[in-house]
Design a protein around this ligand. Structure first.
Ligand SMILES: O=C(O)CCC(=O)C(=O)O
Length: 277
C-alpha cells in the first residue's frame, strides 16, 4: 500500500456525513479507464449469463464477483476507498462479500409500488439484542453506468435512517417512505453506506442498463456472505490485499489477531500510528 493513499482519508465533513446520514458519496472515484475496463468485465458476466438463459430484461445479481477478473480484484484494496473504510471500521477488517448488480431496462412505465426496503445482513437484525443495531459492516458501491437521473434503476436510500430499527412504509404498498431519495450519481462515483441504512434497489425505466459493483467490508470474525472463492489469489496478493481477501494464520486470529493476521495494522503503525490502536 503506497502511503500516498493517506491523502484519501476521510475529511471531518465526510466523517460527519457518514456518521449522521449513514452514507457518503465520493465522485470521480474511478478514472475513465477504470470505468471502461470494469464495464467490459461486467458486460462479459452479463453476456455469459444471457448465453446460459438469463432473461435480457431481468435484473442480474452476481455474487462472488472477484474471481472473474483482475479488475475486480484491484478494487479490494483500492487506495482511494480503503483508507475511508478502515477509518470507519478499524483495521481488523476484510471483504466479506462482493457482487455486481446489473439492472437492464425493465421496460415498465413508472409506477408507485413500494420498493424492497431493507437493512443489510438478514437475521443479524433479529438475532443481535441491542439498540441501535451495531454497524458491523459497510458497502462501497461503484457506479459504472450513468445513474445521475431518477428512473435509471437508482439505488434508493432513507438518509439518516441507520440508527432506526424499523421504518414506516406507506399504506397499501404504494409510494416510498417519507424522506427517501434516489441516489443520482455519475459513472465513477463510489457510494459508501452503513449496512443499517435503510435502502433498496429500484426498477430501471430508462434505456441505460444500470451497472454497479458492491464491495462489502466487515470484521474478520464475521463469516463471508457469499462463496468468496478467492483463496487461490492469496499467493500473489500483497499482504494487505491478502488480509482483505480473508487470509489469516488460524481461527483464533480472526478474533484476537497477531501482526501476521493483520498486515493492515502493521502498516498503520508505521504510517498512521493513531489508527493502529
Ligand atoms: O441494487 C441496488 O441498488 C441495491 C443493492 C442492495 O440492496 C445491496 O447490495 O444491499
Amino acid at each position: 500500500m503506497n502511503p500516498s493513499c493517506l491523502q484519501y482519508r476521510l475529511t471531518p465533513d465526510e466523517k460527519n456525513q457518514f456518521e449522521t446520514q449513514g452514507y457518503l458519496i465520493i465522485e470521480n472515484s474511478l478514472s475513465a479507464e477504470q470505468i471502461a475496463q470494469l464495464t467490459i468485465a461486467t458486460d462479459a458476466i452479463f453476456d455469459r449469463k444471457l448465453s446460459e438463459g438469463h432473461g435480457a430484461n431481468s435484473n442480474l445479481f452476481y455474487p462472488n464477483l472477484l474471481p472473474d477478473d483482475p479488475q475486480f480484484q484491484n478494487l479490494v484494496d483500492y487506495e482511494r476507498l480503503l483508507p475511508k473504510v478502515w477509518e470507519l471500521l478499524g483495521w481488523n477488517i476484510y471483504l466479506y462479500h462482493a457482487h455486481a448488480i446489473i439492472t437492464p431496462s425493465n421496460g415498465e412505465p413508472p409506477h408507485k409500488r413500494t420498493f424492497g426496503w431493507h437493512q443489510d445482513s438478514g437475521r443479524v437484525n433479529q438475532e443481535i439484542e441491542c439498540h441501535p443495531r451495531p454497524r458491523l459492516s459497510l458497502k462501497v458501491a461503484y457506479f459504472l453506468s450513468d445513474a445521475s437521473e431518477p428512473g435509471r434503476g437508482n439505488f434508493w436510500i432513507l438518509p439518516g435512517s441507520h440508527l432506526q430499527d424499523e421504518i414506516s412504509l406507506p399504506e397499501g404498498c404504494i409510494g416510498q417512505p417519507e424522506g427517501a431519495i434516489p441516489v443520482c450519481v455519475k459513472p465513477g462515483t463510489a457510494v459508501l453506506f452503513d449496512r443499517r441504512l435503510w435502502h433498496t434497489a429500484s426498477p430501471n425505466w430508462s434505456s441505460i442498463t444500470r451497472k454497479v459493483l458492491f464491495y462489502g467490508y466487515s470484521y474478520r470474525w464475521l463469516r463471508t456472505k457469499d462463496n468468496m472463492t478467492v483463496q487461490h489469489l492469496w499467493a500473489d496478493a500483497s499482504p494487505i490485499r491478502r488480509q482483505m481477501l480473508g487470509a489469516g494464520v488460524n481461527c483464533n486470529g480472526f478474533f484476537s489477531p497477531t501482526d501476521e493476521d493483520v498486515p493492515l495494522r502493521v502498516w498503520l503503525r508505521e504510517h498512521s500510528p493513531t489508527e493502529a490502536k
